[in-house]
Design a protein around this ligand. Structure first.
Ligand code: AHR
Length: 627
Protein backbone atom coordinates (compact mmCIF):
# COMPACT_ATOMS: atom_id res chain seq x y z
CA UNK A 1 0.00 0.00 0.00
CA UNK A 2 1.25 3.41 -1.01
CA UNK A 3 0.99 5.95 1.81
CA UNK A 4 1.05 9.73 1.79
CA UNK A 5 4.64 10.76 1.25
CA UNK A 6 5.47 14.10 2.72
CA UNK A 7 9.12 14.27 1.81
CA UNK A 8 8.73 15.62 -1.72
CA UNK A 9 6.50 18.27 -3.27
CA UNK A 10 3.44 16.66 -4.76
CA UNK A 11 0.65 17.61 -7.09
CA UNK A 12 -2.62 18.04 -5.27
CA UNK A 13 -6.15 18.49 -6.51
CA UNK A 14 -6.81 21.90 -8.04
CA UNK A 15 -10.50 21.44 -7.08
CA UNK A 16 -10.04 20.77 -3.39
CA UNK A 17 -12.35 23.26 -1.69
CA UNK A 18 -15.90 23.77 -2.88
CA UNK A 19 -19.40 24.15 -1.47
CA UNK A 20 -22.45 21.96 -0.98
CA UNK A 21 -25.87 23.45 -1.63
CA UNK A 22 -28.84 21.54 -0.31
CA UNK A 23 -32.40 22.81 -0.49
CA UNK A 24 -32.96 22.53 3.23
CA UNK A 25 -33.63 25.28 5.78
CA UNK A 26 -35.32 27.34 3.02
CA UNK A 27 -32.08 27.46 1.07
CA UNK A 28 -33.85 27.67 -2.31
CA UNK A 29 -37.42 29.03 -1.96
CA UNK A 30 -37.27 31.79 0.63
CA UNK A 31 -33.49 31.77 0.29
CA UNK A 32 -31.18 31.94 -2.68
CA UNK A 33 -34.08 32.11 -5.13
CA UNK A 34 -34.97 35.80 -5.40
CA UNK A 35 -38.72 35.13 -5.69
CA UNK A 36 -40.46 37.16 -2.97
CA UNK A 37 -43.92 35.56 -3.15
CA UNK A 38 -44.44 32.42 -1.15
CA UNK A 39 -46.59 29.64 -2.64
CA UNK A 40 -46.90 31.61 -5.87
CA UNK A 41 -48.45 28.69 -7.72
CA UNK A 42 -50.87 27.61 -4.97
CA UNK A 43 -49.26 24.16 -4.98
CA UNK A 44 -48.50 23.93 -1.26
CA UNK A 45 -50.39 20.99 0.25
CA UNK A 46 -50.59 18.99 3.50
CA UNK A 47 -48.07 16.45 2.21
CA UNK A 48 -45.43 19.22 2.33
CA UNK A 49 -46.35 20.14 5.86
CA UNK A 50 -49.54 19.08 7.53
CA UNK A 51 -50.68 22.66 8.14
CA UNK A 52 -50.22 23.74 4.54
CA UNK A 53 -52.62 24.07 1.62
CA UNK A 54 -53.09 26.11 -1.55
CA UNK A 55 -53.90 29.23 0.48
CA UNK A 56 -50.83 29.08 2.74
CA UNK A 57 -49.15 32.53 2.82
CA UNK A 58 -52.25 33.97 1.07
CA UNK A 59 -55.22 35.96 2.34
CA UNK A 60 -58.49 36.68 0.58
CA UNK A 61 -58.55 40.46 0.48
CA UNK A 62 -61.95 42.21 0.69
CA UNK A 63 -61.01 45.24 2.81
CA UNK A 64 -63.00 47.67 0.68
CA UNK A 65 -66.28 45.87 1.46
CA UNK A 66 -66.39 44.04 -1.86
CA UNK A 67 -67.65 40.48 -1.98
CA UNK A 68 -67.81 37.39 -4.12
CA UNK A 69 -66.39 33.89 -3.88
CA UNK A 70 -62.89 32.51 -3.87
CA UNK A 71 -62.05 28.88 -4.62
CA UNK A 72 -59.08 26.69 -5.38
CA UNK A 73 -59.63 25.00 -8.73
CA UNK A 74 -57.87 22.38 -10.81
CA UNK A 75 -59.94 22.22 -14.00
CA UNK A 76 -58.22 23.78 -17.04
CA UNK A 77 -54.98 24.87 -15.30
CA UNK A 78 -52.04 26.67 -16.99
CA UNK A 79 -50.34 23.30 -17.34
CA UNK A 80 -51.00 19.79 -16.07
CA UNK A 81 -47.80 20.00 -13.96
CA UNK A 82 -49.19 23.02 -12.17
CA UNK A 83 -52.75 21.97 -11.37
CA UNK A 84 -53.96 24.40 -8.69
CA UNK A 85 -55.06 27.97 -9.19
CA UNK A 86 -57.40 30.50 -7.60
CA UNK A 87 -60.76 31.36 -9.07
CA UNK A 88 -62.28 34.67 -8.05
CA UNK A 89 -65.92 35.29 -8.85
CA UNK A 90 -66.47 38.91 -7.81
CA UNK A 91 -70.01 40.21 -7.39
CA UNK A 92 -69.08 43.63 -6.08
CA UNK A 93 -65.52 44.98 -6.12
CA UNK A 94 -66.31 47.44 -3.29
CA UNK A 95 -64.23 50.57 -2.74
CA UNK A 96 -60.81 48.98 -3.07
CA UNK A 97 -61.25 45.87 -5.16
CA UNK A 98 -61.26 42.21 -4.23
CA UNK A 99 -58.33 39.87 -4.53
CA UNK A 100 -55.35 38.26 -2.90
CA UNK A 101 -52.62 39.24 -0.52
CA UNK A 102 -49.31 37.45 -0.02
CA UNK A 103 -46.98 37.93 2.94
CA UNK A 104 -43.90 36.41 1.28
CA UNK A 105 -41.44 34.55 3.44
CA UNK A 106 -41.85 36.22 6.86
CA UNK A 107 -42.84 39.45 5.11
CA UNK A 108 -41.58 40.93 1.86
CA UNK A 109 -38.61 43.25 2.43
CA UNK A 110 -38.60 46.17 -0.02
CA UNK A 111 -36.43 49.25 -0.44
CA UNK A 112 -37.56 52.76 -1.32
CA UNK A 113 -36.37 53.89 -4.75
CA UNK A 114 -36.04 50.31 -6.04
CA UNK A 115 -38.08 48.60 -8.73
CA UNK A 116 -39.72 45.19 -8.45
CA UNK A 117 -40.82 42.94 -11.29
CA UNK A 118 -44.32 41.60 -10.84
CA UNK A 119 -45.95 38.98 -13.03
CA UNK A 120 -49.08 36.86 -12.92
CA UNK A 121 -50.97 34.41 -15.11
CA UNK A 122 -54.64 35.28 -15.48
CA UNK A 123 -57.51 33.60 -17.24
CA UNK A 124 -60.39 36.04 -17.61
CA UNK A 125 -63.58 34.04 -17.72
CA UNK A 126 -66.18 36.83 -17.71
CA UNK A 127 -66.80 38.73 -20.91
CA UNK A 128 -65.73 42.19 -19.68
CA UNK A 129 -62.06 43.23 -19.50
CA UNK A 130 -60.96 43.39 -15.85
CA UNK A 131 -59.04 46.33 -14.37
CA UNK A 132 -56.51 45.27 -11.69
CA UNK A 133 -54.00 46.88 -9.38
CA UNK A 134 -50.95 45.32 -7.87
CA UNK A 135 -49.49 47.04 -4.84
CA UNK A 136 -46.96 46.60 -2.11
CA UNK A 137 -48.41 47.70 1.22
CA UNK A 138 -47.05 47.84 4.73
CA UNK A 139 -48.65 46.15 7.74
CA UNK A 140 -50.92 49.18 8.28
CA UNK A 141 -52.12 49.08 4.70
CA UNK A 142 -50.06 52.08 3.57
CA UNK A 143 -49.23 51.85 -0.13
CA UNK A 144 -45.51 51.59 -0.85
CA UNK A 145 -45.77 51.27 -4.61
CA UNK A 146 -48.41 50.28 -7.13
CA UNK A 147 -49.19 49.55 -10.78
CA UNK A 148 -52.45 49.16 -12.69
CA UNK A 149 -53.28 47.05 -15.71
CA UNK A 150 -56.21 45.49 -17.51
CA UNK A 151 -56.66 41.80 -18.25
CA UNK A 152 -58.93 40.77 -21.05
CA UNK A 153 -57.63 37.62 -22.65
CA UNK A 154 -59.64 34.46 -22.35
CA UNK A 155 -57.31 31.57 -21.65
CA UNK A 156 -54.17 31.81 -19.53
CA UNK A 157 -51.95 34.79 -20.28
CA UNK A 158 -48.94 36.23 -18.46
CA UNK A 159 -49.09 39.90 -17.41
CA UNK A 160 -45.97 41.74 -16.22
CA UNK A 161 -45.64 45.06 -14.42
CA UNK A 162 -42.82 47.02 -12.83
CA UNK A 163 -43.56 48.47 -9.41
CA UNK A 164 -41.53 51.38 -8.08
CA UNK A 165 -41.39 51.30 -4.29
CA UNK A 166 -41.21 54.63 -2.49
CA UNK A 167 -40.48 53.64 1.11
CA UNK A 168 -38.40 51.05 2.93
CA UNK A 169 -40.40 48.28 4.57
CA UNK A 170 -39.16 44.99 6.02
CA UNK A 171 -42.51 43.27 6.12
CA UNK A 172 -44.51 44.36 3.12
CA UNK A 173 -47.37 42.42 1.54
CA UNK A 174 -48.25 42.08 -2.10
CA UNK A 175 -51.86 42.82 -2.97
CA UNK A 176 -53.44 41.89 -6.26
CA UNK A 177 -56.91 43.42 -6.48
CA UNK A 178 -59.54 43.14 -9.19
CA UNK A 179 -61.40 46.43 -9.44
CA UNK A 180 -64.67 45.43 -11.04
CA UNK A 181 -67.09 42.49 -10.92
CA UNK A 182 -66.04 39.49 -12.98
CA UNK A 183 -64.63 36.00 -12.93
CA UNK A 184 -60.91 35.29 -13.26
CA UNK A 185 -58.42 32.48 -12.72
CA UNK A 186 -55.15 33.51 -11.02
CA UNK A 187 -51.87 31.59 -10.90
CA UNK A 188 -48.09 32.09 -10.72
CA UNK A 189 -48.20 35.37 -8.82
CA UNK A 190 -44.58 36.45 -8.75
CA UNK A 191 -42.45 39.33 -7.51
CA UNK A 192 -38.72 39.65 -7.98
CA UNK A 193 -36.42 42.51 -7.08
CA UNK A 194 -35.28 44.15 -10.31
CA UNK A 195 -31.71 43.48 -9.23
CA UNK A 196 -30.81 39.82 -8.98
CA UNK A 197 -27.34 38.31 -8.88
CA UNK A 198 -25.71 39.16 -12.25
CA UNK A 199 -29.15 40.48 -13.20
CA UNK A 200 -30.36 37.09 -14.30
CA UNK A 201 -34.00 36.54 -15.07
CA UNK A 202 -35.57 34.08 -12.64
CA UNK A 203 -32.42 34.80 -10.71
CA UNK A 204 -30.79 34.59 -7.32
CA UNK A 205 -30.96 36.94 -4.36
CA UNK A 206 -28.02 39.28 -4.94
CA UNK A 207 -26.59 39.66 -1.42
CA UNK A 208 -26.79 35.96 -0.62
CA UNK A 209 -25.40 34.90 -3.98
CA UNK A 210 -22.53 37.37 -3.66
CA UNK A 211 -21.65 36.04 -0.21
CA UNK A 212 -21.49 32.55 -1.69
CA UNK A 213 -19.47 33.75 -4.68
CA UNK A 214 -16.99 35.44 -2.31
CA UNK A 215 -15.93 32.04 -1.03
CA UNK A 216 -14.50 31.47 -4.53
CA UNK A 217 -15.46 27.80 -4.38
CA UNK A 218 -13.91 25.51 -6.92
CA UNK A 219 -17.13 23.53 -7.30
CA UNK A 220 -20.70 23.32 -6.07
CA UNK A 221 -22.47 20.05 -5.21
CA UNK A 222 -26.26 20.29 -5.63
CA UNK A 223 -29.26 20.02 -5.26
CA UNK A 224 -28.77 18.23 -1.96
CA UNK A 225 -27.90 15.19 0.06
CA UNK A 226 -31.06 13.54 1.38
CA UNK A 227 -33.11 15.88 -0.82
CA UNK A 228 -31.65 14.18 -3.87
CA UNK A 229 -32.80 10.66 -3.08
CA UNK A 230 -35.87 11.60 -1.03
CA UNK A 231 -37.54 9.70 1.78
CA UNK A 232 -39.22 7.26 -0.57
CA UNK A 233 -38.89 6.47 -4.26
CA UNK A 234 -41.77 8.87 -5.02
CA UNK A 235 -39.74 11.69 -3.49
CA UNK A 236 -36.60 11.17 -5.62
CA UNK A 237 -35.48 14.44 -7.26
CA UNK A 238 -35.83 14.24 -11.05
CA UNK A 239 -33.86 16.91 -12.86
CA UNK A 240 -36.16 16.85 -15.88
CA UNK A 241 -39.04 18.04 -13.69
CA UNK A 242 -37.10 21.20 -12.90
CA UNK A 243 -36.32 22.69 -16.31
CA UNK A 244 -38.33 24.68 -18.83
CA UNK A 245 -40.80 27.52 -18.14
CA UNK A 246 -41.32 27.85 -14.41
CA UNK A 247 -45.09 27.51 -14.71
CA UNK A 248 -44.64 24.08 -16.29
CA UNK A 249 -42.22 22.56 -13.79
CA UNK A 250 -43.25 19.73 -11.49
CA UNK A 251 -43.23 21.00 -7.92
CA UNK A 252 -42.53 18.59 -5.13
CA UNK A 253 -42.64 17.94 -1.45
CA UNK A 254 -39.33 18.80 0.16
CA UNK A 255 -37.99 16.01 2.38
CA UNK A 256 -37.21 18.70 4.98
CA UNK A 257 -40.90 19.24 5.65
CA UNK A 258 -41.66 22.02 3.22
CA UNK A 259 -42.10 22.56 -0.51
CA UNK A 260 -39.91 22.80 -3.59
CA UNK A 261 -41.23 25.17 -6.23
CA UNK A 262 -38.16 24.16 -8.28
CA UNK A 263 -37.97 27.78 -9.43
CA UNK A 264 -34.29 27.09 -8.96
CA UNK A 265 -34.03 24.05 -11.18
CA UNK A 266 -31.17 22.41 -12.99
CA UNK A 267 -30.79 25.25 -15.48
CA UNK A 268 -30.52 27.79 -12.69
CA UNK A 269 -28.10 25.59 -10.72
CA UNK A 270 -25.80 25.22 -13.72
CA UNK A 271 -26.03 28.92 -14.51
CA UNK A 272 -25.29 29.87 -10.91
CA UNK A 273 -22.24 27.60 -10.84
CA UNK A 274 -20.99 29.30 -13.98
CA UNK A 275 -21.70 32.75 -12.54
CA UNK A 276 -19.62 32.09 -9.43
CA UNK A 277 -16.85 30.24 -11.28
CA UNK A 278 -17.56 26.90 -9.59
CA UNK A 279 -17.60 23.57 -11.41
CA UNK A 280 -21.09 22.03 -11.24
CA UNK A 281 -21.33 18.76 -9.30
CA UNK A 282 -24.89 17.49 -9.65
CA UNK A 283 -25.87 14.49 -7.57
CA UNK A 284 -28.54 12.06 -8.73
CA UNK A 285 -30.20 9.31 -6.73
CA UNK A 286 -28.67 5.88 -7.29
CA UNK A 287 -32.09 4.42 -8.14
CA UNK A 288 -32.92 4.17 -4.43
CA UNK A 289 -34.25 6.56 -1.82
CA UNK A 290 -32.95 7.27 1.68
CA UNK A 291 -31.86 4.02 3.35
CA UNK A 292 -33.71 2.08 0.61
CA UNK A 293 -36.93 3.40 2.12
CA UNK A 294 -38.99 2.33 -0.89
CA UNK A 295 -42.64 3.34 -0.97
CA UNK A 296 -44.87 3.92 -3.96
CA UNK A 297 -43.08 4.52 -7.25
CA UNK A 298 -46.20 4.74 -9.33
CA UNK A 299 -49.83 3.89 -8.73
CA UNK A 300 -50.11 0.21 -7.94
CA UNK A 301 -46.41 -0.33 -7.24
CA UNK A 302 -45.92 -0.20 -3.49
CA UNK A 303 -43.27 -1.67 -1.25
CA UNK A 304 -40.46 -1.13 -3.77
CA UNK A 305 -37.04 -0.87 -2.13
CA UNK A 306 -35.77 1.05 -5.13
CA UNK A 307 -36.95 2.19 -8.53
CA UNK A 308 -38.54 -0.95 -10.03
CA UNK A 309 -36.13 -2.73 -12.33
CA UNK A 310 -38.51 -2.43 -15.27
CA UNK A 311 -38.23 1.36 -14.96
CA UNK A 312 -34.49 1.50 -14.41
CA UNK A 313 -33.59 1.77 -18.11
CA UNK A 314 -35.69 4.91 -18.37
CA UNK A 315 -34.12 6.27 -15.17
CA UNK A 316 -30.62 5.57 -16.47
CA UNK A 317 -31.54 7.30 -19.72
CA UNK A 318 -32.60 10.37 -17.71
CA UNK A 319 -29.11 10.52 -16.26
CA UNK A 320 -27.48 10.18 -19.67
CA UNK A 321 -29.80 12.94 -20.85
CA UNK A 322 -28.56 15.12 -17.99
CA UNK A 323 -25.04 14.87 -19.36
CA UNK A 324 -26.39 15.81 -22.78
CA UNK A 325 -28.36 18.70 -21.29
CA UNK A 326 -25.18 20.06 -19.71
CA UNK A 327 -22.65 19.34 -22.42
CA UNK A 328 -24.39 18.26 -25.62
CA UNK A 329 -24.39 20.31 -28.81
CA UNK A 330 -27.37 22.55 -29.48
CA UNK A 331 -28.36 20.10 -32.20
CA UNK A 332 -28.89 17.32 -29.63
CA UNK A 333 -32.32 16.84 -28.04
CA UNK A 334 -31.29 17.96 -24.56
CA UNK A 335 -28.59 20.40 -25.64
CA UNK A 336 -31.34 22.14 -27.63
CA UNK A 337 -33.39 22.54 -24.44
CA UNK A 338 -30.41 24.14 -22.71
CA UNK A 339 -30.01 26.49 -25.67
CA UNK A 340 -33.73 27.29 -25.65
CA UNK A 341 -33.42 28.27 -21.99
CA UNK A 342 -30.76 30.79 -23.00
CA UNK A 343 -27.44 28.94 -22.82
CA UNK A 344 -26.28 27.53 -26.14
CA UNK A 345 -22.73 27.03 -24.84
CA UNK A 346 -22.18 23.87 -22.82
CA UNK A 347 -22.01 24.04 -19.03
CA UNK A 348 -18.82 21.93 -19.06
CA UNK A 349 -20.02 19.24 -16.72
CA UNK A 350 -17.01 17.31 -15.47
CA UNK A 351 -18.31 15.58 -12.32
CA UNK A 352 -21.45 13.59 -11.58
CA UNK A 353 -22.41 12.25 -8.14
CA UNK A 354 -24.42 9.04 -7.97
CA UNK A 355 -26.09 8.40 -4.62
CA UNK A 356 -25.98 9.98 -1.18
CA UNK A 357 -25.14 8.20 2.06
CA UNK A 358 -26.98 5.14 0.80
CA UNK A 359 -27.58 1.83 2.49
CA UNK A 360 -25.35 -0.52 0.52
CA UNK A 361 -27.69 -3.43 -0.19
CA UNK A 362 -28.22 -5.69 -3.18
CA UNK A 363 -31.01 -3.34 -4.27
CA UNK A 364 -28.60 -0.41 -4.21
CA UNK A 365 -25.74 -2.26 -5.83
CA UNK A 366 -27.80 -3.54 -8.75
CA UNK A 367 -29.05 -0.04 -9.57
CA UNK A 368 -25.78 1.75 -8.88
CA UNK A 369 -23.94 -0.61 -11.23
CA UNK A 370 -26.48 0.00 -14.00
CA UNK A 371 -26.11 3.76 -13.75
CA UNK A 372 -22.36 3.64 -13.30
CA UNK A 373 -21.78 1.30 -16.25
CA UNK A 374 -24.06 3.27 -18.56
CA UNK A 375 -22.56 6.68 -17.74
CA UNK A 376 -19.03 5.33 -17.82
CA UNK A 377 -19.60 3.70 -21.21
CA UNK A 378 -21.40 6.63 -22.83
CA UNK A 379 -19.31 9.35 -21.19
CA UNK A 380 -15.87 8.18 -20.13
CA UNK A 381 -14.94 11.85 -19.83
CA UNK A 382 -17.33 12.34 -16.87
CA UNK A 383 -15.74 11.81 -13.45
CA UNK A 384 -18.18 9.74 -11.43
CA UNK A 385 -18.47 10.18 -7.67
CA UNK A 386 -19.85 7.18 -5.80
CA UNK A 387 -21.25 7.06 -2.29
CA UNK A 388 -20.83 5.31 1.05
CA UNK A 389 -23.07 5.06 4.13
CA UNK A 390 -23.49 8.08 6.42
CA UNK A 391 -21.10 7.27 9.23
CA UNK A 392 -17.39 6.44 8.96
CA UNK A 393 -18.00 3.84 11.68
CA UNK A 394 -21.00 2.21 10.01
CA UNK A 395 -20.97 -0.97 7.94
CA UNK A 396 -22.42 0.82 4.90
CA UNK A 397 -19.33 2.99 4.86
CA UNK A 398 -17.03 -0.01 4.45
CA UNK A 399 -19.41 -1.79 2.09
CA UNK A 400 -19.65 1.33 -0.07
CA UNK A 401 -15.87 1.61 -0.26
CA UNK A 402 -15.54 -2.07 -1.13
CA UNK A 403 -17.98 -1.72 -4.00
CA UNK A 404 -16.36 1.50 -5.24
CA UNK A 405 -12.93 -0.08 -5.29
CA UNK A 406 -14.27 -3.17 -7.06
CA UNK A 407 -15.84 -1.03 -9.77
CA UNK A 408 -12.89 1.37 -9.80
CA UNK A 409 -15.23 4.33 -9.27
CA UNK A 410 -13.04 7.42 -9.65
CA UNK A 411 -14.04 9.15 -6.43
CA UNK A 412 -16.05 8.27 -3.32
CA UNK A 413 -18.15 10.78 -1.37
CA UNK A 414 -17.60 10.50 2.41
CA UNK A 415 -19.64 12.47 4.96
CA UNK A 416 -19.14 13.15 8.63
CA UNK A 417 -20.48 15.59 11.21
CA UNK A 418 -18.47 15.30 14.43
CA UNK A 419 -17.32 17.16 17.53
CA UNK A 420 -14.46 19.62 16.99
CA UNK A 421 -12.20 17.34 19.05
CA UNK A 422 -12.79 14.57 16.50
CA UNK A 423 -11.38 16.80 13.76
CA UNK A 424 -8.30 17.53 15.87
CA UNK A 425 -7.74 13.85 16.64
CA UNK A 426 -8.24 12.61 13.11
CA UNK A 427 -5.82 14.78 11.20
CA UNK A 428 -4.03 11.72 9.83
CA UNK A 429 -7.25 10.09 8.61
CA UNK A 430 -6.16 10.07 4.96
CA UNK A 431 -2.46 9.33 5.45
CA UNK A 432 -3.17 5.63 5.21
CA UNK A 433 -5.62 5.71 2.29
CA UNK A 434 -4.35 3.60 -0.55
CA UNK A 435 -3.41 5.96 -3.36
CA UNK A 436 -4.17 3.25 -5.93
CA UNK A 437 -7.83 2.98 -4.88
CA UNK A 438 -10.74 5.33 -5.54
CA UNK A 439 -10.05 8.92 -4.55
CA UNK A 440 -12.02 10.84 -1.91
CA UNK A 441 -14.56 13.63 -2.00
CA UNK A 442 -15.44 14.77 1.53
CA UNK A 443 -18.84 15.93 0.32
CA UNK A 444 -20.24 16.92 3.71
CA UNK A 445 -18.33 17.63 6.87
CA UNK A 446 -18.63 20.04 9.76
CA UNK A 447 -17.93 20.11 13.44
CA UNK A 448 -21.08 20.55 15.53
CA UNK A 449 -21.10 24.31 15.99
CA UNK A 450 -20.26 27.74 14.69
CA UNK A 451 -17.86 29.06 17.33
CA UNK A 452 -14.35 30.12 16.49
CA UNK A 453 -13.13 26.89 18.09
CA UNK A 454 -15.31 24.84 15.73
CA UNK A 455 -14.03 26.77 12.75
CA UNK A 456 -10.41 26.37 13.84
CA UNK A 457 -10.77 22.64 14.43
CA UNK A 458 -12.01 22.48 10.83
CA UNK A 459 -9.10 24.66 9.70
CA UNK A 460 -6.57 22.35 11.35
CA UNK A 461 -8.26 19.43 9.63
CA UNK A 462 -8.25 21.24 6.29
CA UNK A 463 -4.48 21.79 6.38
CA UNK A 464 -4.32 17.99 6.53
CA UNK A 465 -6.76 17.65 3.66
CA UNK A 466 -4.33 19.78 1.64
CA UNK A 467 -1.47 17.57 2.82
CA UNK A 468 -3.47 14.62 1.48
CA UNK A 469 -4.65 16.53 -1.57
CA UNK A 470 -3.30 13.77 -3.82
CA UNK A 471 -6.00 11.39 -2.54
CA UNK A 472 -8.62 13.83 -1.19
CA UNK A 473 -9.66 15.47 -4.43
CA UNK A 474 -12.57 17.57 -3.15
CA UNK A 475 -14.12 18.72 0.12
CA UNK A 476 -17.18 20.80 0.98
CA UNK A 477 -18.47 22.01 4.33
CA UNK A 478 -22.14 21.36 4.79
CA UNK A 479 -24.78 22.70 4.60
CA UNK A 480 -24.23 26.03 2.88
CA UNK A 481 -27.13 28.36 3.82
CA UNK A 482 -30.02 28.41 6.28
CA UNK A 483 -32.84 30.86 6.88
CA UNK A 484 -33.14 31.91 10.51
CA UNK A 485 -36.43 30.63 11.91
CA UNK A 486 -36.59 27.82 9.35
CA UNK A 487 -33.42 25.87 9.96
CA UNK A 488 -33.89 22.14 9.48
CA UNK A 489 -30.27 21.44 10.31
CA UNK A 490 -27.40 22.95 12.29
CA UNK A 491 -24.65 23.96 11.86
CA UNK A 492 -24.63 25.82 8.55
CA UNK A 493 -22.04 27.95 6.84
CA UNK A 494 -24.18 31.05 6.26
CA UNK A 495 -27.35 32.16 8.04
CA UNK A 496 -29.74 34.74 6.64
CA UNK A 497 -33.11 36.39 7.03
CA UNK A 498 -35.11 38.35 4.48
CA UNK A 499 -32.76 41.31 4.58
CA UNK A 500 -29.43 40.25 6.05
CA UNK A 501 -26.75 37.68 5.47
CA UNK A 502 -24.70 36.42 8.41
CA UNK A 503 -21.54 34.54 7.46
CA UNK A 504 -20.28 32.34 10.28
CA UNK A 505 -16.67 32.12 11.40
CA UNK A 506 -16.60 28.73 9.66
CA UNK A 507 -17.48 30.64 6.46
CA UNK A 508 -14.39 32.80 6.73
CA UNK A 509 -12.24 29.72 7.24
CA UNK A 510 -13.72 28.06 4.16
CA UNK A 511 -13.27 31.27 2.21
CA UNK A 512 -9.60 31.54 3.16
CA UNK A 513 -8.89 27.97 2.12
CA UNK A 514 -10.86 28.11 -1.15
CA UNK A 515 -9.51 31.45 -2.25
CA UNK A 516 -5.96 30.53 -1.26
CA UNK A 517 -5.82 27.09 -2.80
CA UNK A 518 -2.84 25.64 -4.60
CA UNK A 519 -2.18 22.70 -6.85
CA UNK A 520 1.19 21.70 -5.44
CA UNK A 521 1.84 20.71 -1.84
CA UNK A 522 5.25 21.72 -0.49
CA UNK A 523 6.18 19.64 2.56
CA UNK A 524 8.63 20.51 5.31
CA UNK A 525 8.43 24.27 4.80
CA UNK A 526 6.63 25.03 8.05
CA UNK A 527 7.91 23.64 11.33
CA UNK A 528 6.46 24.26 14.76
CA UNK A 529 8.85 24.77 17.62
CA UNK A 530 6.14 24.41 20.24
CA UNK A 531 3.51 21.74 20.97
CA UNK A 532 1.26 21.23 17.97
CA UNK A 533 -1.41 18.68 18.91
CA UNK A 534 -4.13 21.25 18.32
CA UNK A 535 -2.46 22.86 15.30
CA UNK A 536 -1.94 22.25 11.63
CA UNK A 537 0.01 23.95 8.88
CA UNK A 538 0.38 23.63 5.15
CA UNK A 539 2.30 25.22 2.35
CA UNK A 540 0.95 25.11 -1.20
CA UNK A 541 1.85 26.70 -4.49
CA UNK A 542 -0.58 27.92 -7.10
CA UNK A 543 1.07 27.09 -10.41
CA UNK A 544 -1.08 29.58 -12.33
CA UNK A 545 0.09 32.65 -10.38
CA UNK A 546 3.28 31.17 -8.94
CA UNK A 547 2.11 32.37 -5.50
CA UNK A 548 3.13 30.41 -2.41
CA UNK A 549 0.56 30.19 0.40
CA UNK A 550 1.21 29.30 4.03
CA UNK A 551 -1.64 28.35 6.34
CA UNK A 552 -1.16 28.04 10.08
CA UNK A 553 -4.15 26.95 12.14
CA UNK A 554 -3.95 27.03 15.91
CA UNK A 555 -6.97 25.63 17.77
CA UNK A 556 -5.00 25.63 21.02
CA UNK A 557 -5.19 27.96 23.98
CA UNK A 558 -1.56 29.11 23.81
CA UNK A 559 0.58 30.93 21.27
CA UNK A 560 2.29 28.82 18.68
CA UNK A 561 5.88 29.29 17.56
CA UNK A 562 7.57 28.09 14.43
CA UNK A 563 9.56 28.82 11.30
CA UNK A 564 8.84 28.80 7.62
CA UNK A 565 11.87 28.09 5.48
CA UNK A 566 11.21 29.72 2.13
CA UNK A 567 14.82 29.60 0.90
CA UNK A 568 14.28 26.59 -1.35
CA UNK A 569 11.15 27.94 -3.00
CA UNK A 570 12.85 30.09 -5.62
CA UNK A 571 12.43 33.81 -6.03
CA UNK A 572 9.57 35.20 -3.99
CA UNK A 573 8.39 38.74 -3.25
CA UNK A 574 9.79 40.29 -0.09
CA UNK A 575 6.35 41.35 1.09
CA UNK A 576 3.30 39.18 1.59
CA UNK A 577 -0.34 39.59 2.50
CA UNK A 578 -1.07 38.27 5.96
CA UNK A 579 -4.66 37.44 6.90
CA UNK A 580 -5.61 36.39 10.38
CA UNK A 581 -8.83 35.09 11.91
CA UNK A 582 -8.63 35.02 15.70
CA UNK A 583 -10.45 35.82 18.92
CA UNK A 584 -12.27 34.22 21.78
CA UNK A 585 -12.67 30.49 21.12
CA UNK A 586 -16.27 30.44 22.33
CA UNK A 587 -17.47 33.33 20.22
CA UNK A 588 -19.67 32.95 17.14
CA UNK A 589 -21.00 35.42 14.56
CA UNK A 590 -24.74 35.66 15.15
CA UNK A 591 -27.62 37.79 13.89
CA UNK A 592 -27.27 39.96 17.00
CA UNK A 593 -23.47 40.09 16.74
CA UNK A 594 -22.63 39.36 13.12
CA UNK A 595 -19.06 40.64 13.11
CA UNK A 596 -17.52 39.15 16.26
CA UNK A 597 -14.78 37.41 14.29
CA UNK A 598 -13.72 38.69 10.87
CA UNK A 599 -10.54 38.16 8.88
CA UNK A 600 -8.05 41.02 9.02
CA UNK A 601 -5.48 41.50 6.27
CA UNK A 602 -2.20 43.41 6.41
CA UNK A 603 1.04 43.42 4.44
CA UNK A 604 4.14 42.04 6.14
CA UNK A 605 7.83 41.63 5.29
CA UNK A 606 8.71 38.11 4.35
CA UNK A 607 12.25 36.99 5.12
CA UNK A 608 13.53 33.72 3.67
CA UNK A 609 13.58 32.29 7.18
CA UNK A 610 10.34 33.46 8.70
CA UNK A 611 10.10 33.04 12.44
CA UNK A 612 6.49 33.26 13.45
CA UNK A 613 4.43 33.47 16.60
CA UNK A 614 0.72 33.05 16.04
CA UNK A 615 -1.88 33.76 18.73
CA UNK A 616 -3.98 31.20 20.54
CA UNK A 617 -7.15 30.35 18.62
CA UNK A 618 -6.13 31.69 15.23
CA UNK A 619 -5.84 30.91 11.56
CA UNK A 620 -3.10 32.75 9.68
CA UNK A 621 -2.80 32.82 5.93
CA UNK A 622 0.27 34.22 4.25
CA UNK A 623 0.21 34.73 0.49
CA UNK A 624 3.56 35.45 -1.15
CA UNK A 625 3.77 36.40 -4.79
CA UNK A 626 6.39 34.95 -7.08
CA UNK A 627 9.33 37.41 -7.10
O1 AHR B 1 -26.74 18.27 5.15
C1 AHR B 1 -27.78 17.72 5.83
C2 AHR B 1 -27.90 16.23 5.57
O2 AHR B 1 -26.85 15.57 6.16
C3 AHR B 1 -27.81 15.80 4.15
O3 AHR B 1 -29.01 15.85 3.49
C4 AHR B 1 -27.35 14.38 4.25
O4 AHR B 1 -26.63 14.00 3.12
C5 AHR B 1 -26.57 14.37 5.52
O5 AHR B 1 -26.96 13.34 6.34
Amino acid sequence: QQKAIDAKPKKISPDLFGIFFEDLSYAADGGLYAELVQNRSFEYNPADNRDWNSMTAWKYQTDGFGYGTISVETANPIHQNNPHYILLDIQDAGQKGVGLENGGFDGIPVRGGKYYNFSVFLNVISSQPLPLTVSLVDTKGRELGTASFTASAKGWKKYSEKIKVNFDEDSAMLQLLVKSPGKVGIDMVSLFPEETFKNRENGMRADLAQTIADIKPKFMRFPGGCLTHGDGVANIYHWKNTIGPVEQRVEQRNIWNYHQSVGIGYYEYFRFCEDIGAKPVPVVAAGVSCQNSGGTWKIGSTGQKGIPMEDMDAYVQDILDLVEYANGPVTSTWGAKRAAAGHPAPFNLEYLGIGNEDKITGVFEERFRMIYDAVHKAHPEIKIIGTVGPSPNGEDFDKGWKLANQLAVGTVDEHYYEKPEWFLKNTSRYDGYNRLNSKVYVGEYASWGNTLFNALAEAVYMTNLERNGDVVRMASYAPLIARIGHTSWNPNLIYFDGKHVFPTVNYYVQQQFASNAGDEYLPGIINFTSADTTAGASCVKDSVTGDVILKIANAGSTQLFGTANLAKLGKLAQKATFTIICGDAKVANTAAHPAEVLPKTTVINMPKQWKFTVPAYSLSIVRIKAG
